[in-house]
Design a protein around this ligand. Structure first.
Ligand SMILES: Cc1cc2nc3c(=O)[nH]c(=O)nc-3n(C[C@H](O)[C@H](O)[C@H](O)COP(=O)(O)O)c2cc1C
Length: 197
């Protein structure tokens, strides 16, 4: 752990790092299987995920680590919710994504009221999600960032301990992909970049 105000080394050029960024891809959540991160690796992944910019040093997010047992229990209660509200079959089908991976980190956006703009605090939670995926990749695991209907359902959120004023930034499922990831369309950069002199 680096001490507070200790000088940090400057970034060094790293082709391996650039190659990783150039080839990184999310995994389909259902295709994530064992092995998953060990407890020590998971702690490391969480610490790296938390090393994320936020305006005001508010750390406006928190983690819920969900193992297979808690996810299975929650998924069965979510299945009852789908039935209760006569939800579409798709709502039931996507529950398979919640339970497949060896481990899941729920990133909860937990903005501090009256501090910096809420939007900025939520952006920071999104950055945490991306950092978690990178950190998982650094340990050789694949990851998937999912929300799905239960991230927005007021009856579902308490099952995950998401409280008033909080929202789900993402479920980051982590494990090993037992098939190659396939490239997907990427944007035409000229349509996305404006250059000003
Ligand atoms: C905030 C957020 C929520 C997402 N929710 C879902 C979801 O509920 N279901 C899904 O299939 N994909 C979802 N995705 C998309 C997956 O993460 C997708 O596989 C990924 O964006 C693929 O991009 P990549 O290959 O560049 O990683 C979500 C992505 C983000 C950023």
């Amino acid at each position: 752990m680096t001490a507070l105000n200790e000088p940090l080394p400057p970034p060094v050029p790293s082709k391996a790092f650039l190659d990783r960024l150039a080839l990184r891809r999310s995994a389909p959540a259902q295709a994530l299987t064992t092995p998953g991160p060990s407890q020590a690796e998971l702690d490391h992944i969480l610490a790296l995920g938390a090393r994320t910019p936020d305006h005001g040093k508010l750390f406006p997010w928190r983690f819920v680590v969900l193992g297979p047992q808690s996810r299975a229990e929650i998924a069965s209660r979510l299945a009852s919710l789908v039935e209760l509200r006569n939800g579409p079959a798709k709502d039931q089908a996507v529950l398979a994504k919640l339970t497949a991976a060896p481990v899941t980190i729920l990133v909860v956006s937990s903005p501090v009221p009256g501090a910096k703009p809420i939007w900025e605090q939520q952006l920071s939670a999104g950055a945490v999600c991306m950092n978690l995926e990178h950190a998982a990749g650094g340990f050789g695991y694949s990851a998937s960032w999912i929300t799905d209907w239960y991230s927005y359902d007021p009856q579902a959120l308490p099952l995950f301990g998401v409280g008033e004023g909080e929202s789900v930034a993402g479920f980051i499922h982590i494990g090993t992909l037992n098939e190659p990831a396939l490239e997907r369309p990427r944007p035409e950069m000229s349509a996305k970049v404006t250059r000003l002199p």
